[in-house]
Design a protein around this ligand. Structure first.
Ligand code: TIU
Length: 224
């Protein structure tokens, strides 16, 4: 039975059996010191506030039987999937592939590439490894969603204006209804977090809807 998520610019009816929670890049490389986020000159502590709401939504999504998809941004150890234009960013000693306190920065299989323990994937939950900012580019996410006839995405993670936004834009063009869970997202640049959310819901919801963890959890509790 459809339920409704309180959201802006309008409430959104959704069918839980065709809804997925997509958690974007909640990796140690972005959330902890010594990783990719810090190598770009950011204060990584700014992302910590997103973890508890993200965990609360994850618990509710699991309890409601939603498909849960985790994504990780990162590259092959030989960097064959990392374009030079991306490798050139940041301080030369702290670029993608360079050694750091959590292993080679943004490289698959290294400790920094792992999802933070509080949000660790469970067996059976797809983990999509992506070389880009968007979760659809060069991944099998579209196939994973199509196999479950998913129509609505609940999206959270980091960072709001980079990988969350790129993924929502990709998803919107592919026909998904996207609900961005504001307090379960985070940015190194607070005004970009706010602007990113404003862009999504502007113009009648040009990219999707914006909600919050409490509203999403309440809606998941009401479904069915
Ligand atoms: N730098 C920044 O804000 N984000 C990224 O590089 N990747 C993600 O957002 N995951």
């Amino acid at each position: 039975m459809p339920s409704v998520i309180e959201a802006q610019p309008s409430p959104l009816p959704f069918d839980a059996s065709r809804t997925a929670l997509v958690i974007i890049d909640m990796q140690r490389d972005f959330l902890e010191p010594g990783g990719f986020g810090e190598s770009l000159g950011n204060d990584v502590s700014l992302l910590a506030a997103a973890v508890p709401p993200c965990r609360a939504v994850l618990d509710a999504a699991r309890a409601a039987g939603l498909l849960v998809v985790h994504t990780r941004e990162g590259h092959c150890p030989d960097l064959s999937d990392a374009p030079p234009a991306k490798l050139e960013r940041g301080e030369p000693t702290a670029r993608i592939g360079q050694p750091g306190p959590m292993g080679r920065i943004l490289i698959r299989g290294e400790p920094g590439h792992d999802i933070v323990p509080a949000l660790a994937p469970r067996p059976g939950e797809p983990v999509v490894d992506k070389p880009g900012k968007g979760a659809f580019y060069a991944t099998d996410l579209a196939d994973i969603l199509a196999a479950r006839t998913i129509a609505t995405l609940l999206v959270c993670g980091v960072t709001t204006e980079v990988c969350v936004h790129t993924t929502v834009r990709e998803a919107n063009d592919r026909g998904y209804r996207c609900v961005v869970i504001a307090d379960a997202c985070g940015s190194y640049i607070p005004e970009f977090h706010e602007a990113g959310l404003a862009m999504i819901k502007a113009q009648g919801g040009i990219f999707g809807w914006v909600s919050d963890s409490g509203s999403v959890i309440a809606a998941l509790g009401r479904h069915g």
